[in-house]
Design a binder for this molecule. Structure first.
Ligand code: ZN
Length: 200
């Protein structure tokens, strides 16, 4: 049987209270993850973004200042994505190809602007609720519900519970024959592209 893949994703970093610890926990489990970068934070902590890149993590765009994109008029919404692209490229030398809208708040206008920047949208299939104060046990339990191809939402924003949950998440995936993968795309029945975890 082919191995199944799932994608671990960490939003809102880099953060001085969690990025290094998350990278250490992922490395210990020989896992790679996708980090959706809040570009203002990356400009404050460029060394942490470079550390993510050096650890072979995948880097995505999570806007410049983390607004609700559908509430912004143009060109402000587009500029949120464009400024983040520019900041991330300036720090890492590479422009992301994935983006995640803050709060999952998106519409066709946002997606069209992103596409113009070469960005494909990624939401998630499992929300760990670490942002809502979930304990590490609750985060591990939520991650254990992910299906092959699925995408788990976590945060790189200083939450100790998220850091503590990583070994348990990775053990739970391994027990189910699932491996951490990168985010790719497949065509859904209606012809839309949808994000799915695939082999690294
Ligand atoms: Zn966010």
């Amino acid at each position: 049987m082919l191995p199944g893949y799932v994608a671990l994703t960490f939003d809102d970093g880099p953060h001085p209270g969690s990025t290094v610890a998350l990278l250490r926990a992922l490395k210990a489990g020989r896992a790679r993850a996708t980090f959706f970068i809040w570009a203002e934070h990356a400009l404050q902590h460029p060394g942490l973004l470079r550390a993510q890149q050096a650890a072979r993590m995948w880097i995505g765009n999570h806007t410049f200042s983390h607004p609700r994109l559908t509430q912004l008029k143009e060109p402000a919404a587009y500029q949120e994505l464009a400024r983040a692209q520019q900041a991330i490229r300036q720090i890492t030398g590479q422009a992301p190809t994935l983006f995640r809208p803050p709060y999952g708040d998106t519409d066709e206008r946002v997606q069209a602007g992103a596409a113009g920047l070469g960005l494909a949208e990624v939401l998630w299939t499992v929300d760990s609720r670490d942002w809502a104060g979930a304990t590490s046990e609750e985060i591990v339990a939520a991650a254990a519900t992910v299906q092959p191809g699925g995408i788990i939402l976590l945060h790189d924003s200083g939450y100790q519970a998220t850091i503590d949950a990583v070994p348990g998440i990775l053990r739970g995936l391994a027990d189910r024959g699932l491996r951490p993968g990168r985010i790719g795309y497949q065509l859904a029945a209606d012809g839309r592209r949808c994000a799915v975890a695939v082999a690294p």
